[in-house]
Write a protein that binds this ligand. Structure first.
Ligand code: HEC
Length: 124
């Protein structure tokens, strides 16, 4: 009996530990390959202050045409679609089925995307 309880407690610990680190550290790590969480551009624009900012206005020099001429603001709805599938999102946002972005789809959809959005909101 005692042994069974110990196994249950250990696996509950492992499961909760896994979820916490995987959701936050995993998602933000993916962005770091191309982005700084400061204002400085890298492969992509710096993401400091991106929440609530108009798309394509960070001062980044190598934007695609679609982002240069963007007329949307990075609110939750736009970020959710973008982080899940930027390739598809850029066509929706511009209304142009041929629009392209230089950012490959990250496939962080639903809850995972929301974790990243919460992280971006808290950047200082
Ligand atoms: C393989 C490189 C790469 C990865 C990985 C990547 N991005 Fe990007 N990102 C880019 C590039 C390049 C652009 C500029 C796109 C353009 O101009 O078409 C961009 C643009 C953006 C923009 C628009 C910024 C603005 O000022 O308008 C946001 C927001 C963004 N990325 C968020 C993210 C997030 C969040 C992640 C992680 C989940 C991520 N990106 C992962 C390359 C990447």
């Amino acid at each position: 009996m005692k042994k069974v309880l110990m196994i249950a407690a250990t696996s509950a610990f492992l499961v909760s530990g896994f979820v916490a680190t995987e959701a936050v550290a995993g998602a933000e790590k993916k962005c770091k390959a191309c982005h700084n969480f400061s204002a400085k551009g890298k492969v992509g624009p710096g993401l400091l202050g991106v929440f609530g900012r108009k798309a394509g206005t960070s001062g980044f020099k190598k934007h695609s045409k679609a982002l240069k001429n963007a007329d949307w603001v990075w609110d939750e709805e736009h970020l959710r679609a973008w982080i899940c599938n930027s390739k598809k999102a850029v066509k929706e946002f511009t209304g142009n089925p041929k629009a392209k972005t230089k950012m490959p789809p990250q496939k962080l959809c639903g809850e995972k995307g929301d974790e990243v959005i919460a992280f971006l909101k808290n950047l200082k």
